[in-house]
Design a protein around this ligand. Structure first.
Ligand code: C2E
Ligand code: MG
Ligand code: MG
Length: 562
């Protein structure tokens, strides 16, 4: 709307208003009455004059004014709704021509014939304005890169369906990895990829619904009531994730994007367009943050609404705790298994609420990880650890270690290593006493950045531990290429040590292979003496667990060091 006169903007706002039909019929009534009045004036008063006091006004100029009113009303109708407006305007002017023709026949004079010609011109003008508006509308409602209807087109269509009491589903499709491809290959190729994605979606959706391109890498679908939306969306996602071949300067490049979908239905007739869009948005955000290989579609329901509300509340609590300094640390001792000598501590963060209760990181860390709040929390933890343990570490020297957990989001950030080294320089913390724990998941996300960061940190003497080892993604061979210094065997493997021979063999092998790779090995979550005995037999280097100590406060940790 930028650049258009204010008056046109106002009329467009009227056109989007829900009272549009009322405005339209008021304008029609005014235009029609003006035409009738004009016919009456010309017929009854002829070419005379009307006297007001000592002044006279020719009837022809009154007739001109009334005609101008009818023309204005008709143009207004066309601007409000060009489809219905043009039809009503043509009807009004044809009625006027009919009146004029009747006059000509009754009075046997052609004096009012120019009026009929005027009406024909007005019909032509309104049709031209209507056509122009139709073209502008089509342009404003179309996405230029794919040719699909855009967000406005989507909202208008959904609005029409809701007003028409239709039922169905709305789905948003989020295309992952597109922005990286766009940045690496350039906009021209990015648009080709989007075109291909849009063709694949449209081909599968076909008769089952309509496809819209609503944001940079987001599509919307309006699906009919009877369709099997889950199977359709699964087909769409599968098709999108097939490689897309782009010809770049004669070289064929295989491009991959991912897709996740959020769905909401509009079965409830009381729902507004905004409400349906909000529900779909919630479902799509949930799908983007929680989807895995097996489940890439999330459907809006009451449970999802409650979960999202809970996560939002938790997010607010985290933000508050960061502002009011309500995070604090506990330290869990790690011991050298042989002889129970202290190796160091793992710093574990806790959140205190206003009522004094404490929230476990297992509850707030997953929420913080979905937002950038985890970056602030981890930064806070590092700052605190460096401040609280600097003197002890300098005193104890190499061999004593304090470790901190680092989220996958941080370790894959290209400036992470630089930031840590800067903090070390500022605080004077000895790098050989600092260990960062990364999870296996970090190797799935941006492996190149992660490798670069940990190599740089290792070059400066900082130790690198792989936390929760054995729960997922990494193979030992993958680790061979990374300068990792410690494997932390996950508690779930230690839990079954006494009962499961497979677990025993696995843990034994991990310890053996870890040593072959020049890594030390720690077992976490050790809770009893028989686990300790077995780990001792397997030659495990360190242990961390309730059997020797739970996480403790700073003062207690300091006294353990003395
Ligand atoms: P993690 O890094 O694997 O930390 C070990 C968790 O196991 C800690 O739980 C610890 O209290 C618990 N644990 C240790 N020994 C035993 C045992 O013998 N028995 C049992 N039942 N549990 C044991 P916590 O403190 O609740 O931390 C949970 C997770 O939260 C951590 O797992 C880590 O993934 C995350 N976390 C904690 N602090 C931070 C932090 O500062 N930053 C980040 N990014 N994550 C953190
Ligand atoms: Mg840890
Ligand atoms: Mg762990």
């Amino acid at each position: 709307m930028r650049g258009e006169p204010i008056s046109v903007q106002r009329i467009k706002r009227l056109a989007d208003s829900r009272f549009k039909n009322i405005y339209l019929y008021i304008a029609f009534t005014v235009g029609f009455l003006a035409v009738v009045a004009n016919g009456f004036i010309s017929n009854r008063l002829g070419n005379g004059v009307i006297g007001i006091g000592s002044m006279t006004i020719p009837v022809s100029s009154i007739s001109g004014c009334v005609q101008a009113i009818s023309v204005m009303a008709c143009i207004f109708m066309v601007l409000i709704d060009y489809r219905t407006g043009v039809k009503l305007a043509i009807f009004t002017f044809l009625f006027s021509i009919f009146g004029i023709t009747r006059n000509i026949i009754a009075n046997n004079t052609l004096s009012s014939a120019p009026g009929a010609v005027n009406c024909l011109i007005y019909i032509l003008v309104t049709v031209i304005i209507g056509k122009q508006l139709q073209m502008a509308d089509r342009f404003a409602l179309t996405d230029s890169s794919t040719g699909l209807p855009n967000r406005y087109g989507f909202e208008r269509e959904l609005d029409n369906r809701l007003h028409g009491s239709e039922r169905g589903y709305v789905a948003y499709l989020h295309i992952g990895g597109f922005h990286d491809l766009n940045a690496n290959l350039g906009r021209k190729y990015g648009n080709r990829i989007l075109m291909e994605v849009s063709d694949r979606i449209s081909e599968i959706i076909g008769e089952h619904g309509d496809v819209f391109k609503i944001e940079g890498a987001e599509f919307a679908l309006i699906l009919s009531e009877g369709c099997k939306y889950e199977s359709l969306l699964n087909q769409v996602i599968e098709a999108i994730e097939e490689p897309i071949i782009v010809d770049k300067n004669g070289i064929k490049v295989n491009c991959f994007v991912t897709a996740t979908a959020g769905v909401a239905d509009f079965f409830d007739r009381r729902m507004t367009t905004d409400e349906v869009m909000l529900c779909t948005d919630v479902a799509m955000n949930y799908a983007v943050n929680n989807s895995d290989e097996d489940c890439k579609i999330s459907t809006y329901n009451d449970a999802l609404r409650a979960e999202v509300a809970k996560a939002n509340e938790m997010e607010k609590m985290i933000t508050d705790a960061l502002k009011t300094d309500n995070f604090y640390l506990q330290y869990q001792p790690q011991y050298i298994l042989d002889g129970k000598r202290l190796r160091g501590f793992e710093a574990l963060v806790r959140m205190r609420l206003h009522d004094g209760s404490v929230v476990s990181p297992t509850i707030f860390i997953p929420v913080a990880e979905r937002t950038d709040l985890i970056l602030e929390i981890d930064k806070y933890v590092r700052k605190r650890v460096m401040k609280e343990f600097k003197d002890i570490c300098i005193e104890k020297g190499e061999g004593f270690v304090v470790s901190v957990n680092v989220s996958a989001k941080e370790i894959s950030n290209p400036t992470f290593a630089e930031e840590i080294l800067e903090a070390m320089k500022e605080t004077g913390f000895p790098p050989e006493c600092f260990e960062i724990e990364i999870t296996e998941y970090s190797f799935v996300q941006s492996l190149d950045n992660t490798r670069q960061n940990i190599t740089e940190l290792r070059d400066h003497g900082i130790k690198i531990a792989v936390d929760d080892f054995g729960t997922g993604y990494t193979s030992l061979s993958q680790l061979l290429n990374l300068p990792v210094t410690l494997l932390k065997i996950d508690k779930s493997l230690i839990d079954n040590l006494e009962d499961s021979e497979i677990n025993r063999d696995f843990v034994k092998t991990v310890i053996y292979m870890g040593h072959l790779m020049n890594c030390e090995v720690i077992s976490e979550g050790v809770e009893n003496e028989s686990q300790l005995r077995l780990l001792n037999q397997f030659d495990c280097d360190f242990i961390q667990g309730f059997v020797w100590s739970r996480p403790i406060d700073y003062e207690e940790a300091v006294s353990l060091c003395r």
